[in-house]
Design a binder for this molecule. Structure first.
Ligand SMILES: [Zn+2]
Length: 338
């Protein structure tokens, strides 16, 4: 079997790896139908996160179950399944309150850019679709594994309600799907912060009503201007930098809600500023598993089409070009087909 391995900054190789096998009786083996490159894969790719040894890559996946361990009862060979980037038992106390990405037994799924994947805790992690999907649904189903689930959590954690005014910081795939999610949840107004024309266009297709191209203090001033000086009810922070976090908190109204789903890099809080901001904060690694059944239904019934974030599709053996295109911002998100 071949798969993607990151050797160091900007050095992704597609090479021979051992075929994954059942290790624990709760495992499943999945033949990948589609996988993709995540914005968070770019942190180690760019050398911002160290890569101490050659590291297999990929944590977004969907495909057909080939084999299950003897303790797996609900997932069966032949099913088309989607799972989160964190495997979870879906039964421990943290899972039961809806934070499966903090499962007591959580395991990061990190080798999905390959043709075959081992998924731990299969019964808790994987959700099967009603039948094997038609090919055109696969990109949208794939997004549920992380990027759409994370956008959905961003909107939910920022308390988006019917009629809410929402601002989205970040025009990567997660930010764009945060726009789609806020729209699905009935937001009255959705302000997307983006300075890239193709991303602005997609944001509008997903339901953005306003575009703000300014950043930092100027961006905050524009949000205030658009909201009669108040700030937004809900702000989705989908980047993970100090600038984006400050911009998000400053864009929220008094008593407003800020969600943060971009993995933070060098973000620090000024306690006093936070104190006087009067905002609710809620974020972290998205508990995608909580939302999978609902999101699968929306995609299956063609109510949402989050797969539009993939503006580049490549065969898996061209994975290196998939990373390059995203690194150079030539592509929003790369879909990979084994
Ligand atoms: Zn759990």
């Amino acid at each position: 079997m071949r798969g993607a391995v990151l050797y160091g900054p900007r050095d992704v190789r597609f090479e021979e790896r051992d075929v994954p096998k059942i290790i624990k009786p709760t495992d499943a083996i999945v033949r990948i139908s589609a996988t993709c490159v995540c914005g968070s894969d770019l942190w180690p790719y760019r050398g911002i996160n160290q890569v101490p040894r050659p590291t297999p890559m990929g944590h977004e996946y969907c495909g057909i179950v080939e084999e299950v361990g003897h303790a797996v009862t609900s997932i069966k060979p032949g099913q088309f399944v989607i799972g989160s980037f964190f495997a979870s038992d879906n039964s421990c106390p943290n899972c039961q309150i809806g934070y499966q990405s903090s499962c007591e037994l959580k395991e990061f799924v990190s080798t999905a850019q390959a043709s075959i994947l081992r998924v731990p805790l299969a019964d808790g992690t994987l959700v099967a679709t009603p039948a094997v999907p038609s090919q055109d649904l696969i990109p949208s189903l794939l997004t549920l594994s992380d990027v759409m689930g994370t956008g959905w959590f961003a909107a939910d954690a920022a308390n988006v309600k019917p009629g809410s005014t929402v601002a989205v910081v970040g025009d990567g795939a997660v930010g764009l799907l945060g726009v789609l999610s806020a729209n699905q949840m009935g937001a009255g107004r959705i302000i997307a912060m983006s300075r890239h024309e193709s991303r602005q266009r997609l944001a509008c297709e997903f339901g953005a009503t306003d575009i703000v191209t300014e950043r930092g203090d100027e961006g905050v001033a524009r949000i205030k201007e658009l909201t009669s000086g108040m700030g937004a009810d809900s702000v989705l922070e989908c980047v993970g930098t100090q600038e984006s976090m400050v911009q998000a908190i400053s864009s929220a109204r008094k008593g407003g809600y800020v969600s943060y789903v971009g993995v933070p890099h060098g973000v620090e809080f000024d306690g006093e500023k936070l104190f006087y901001s009067h905002v609710h904060l809620h974020g972290g690694p998205a508990p995608v598993r909580r939302y999978l059944p609902e999101m699968i239904k929306l995609v299956w019934n063609r109510k949402i089409d989050p797969g539009k974030v993939f503006d580049l599709t490549l065969p898996l053996d061209q994975v290196a070009e998939g990373y390059r295109a995203m690194d150079e911002r030539r592509a929003i998100k790369t879909l990979l087909r084994p």
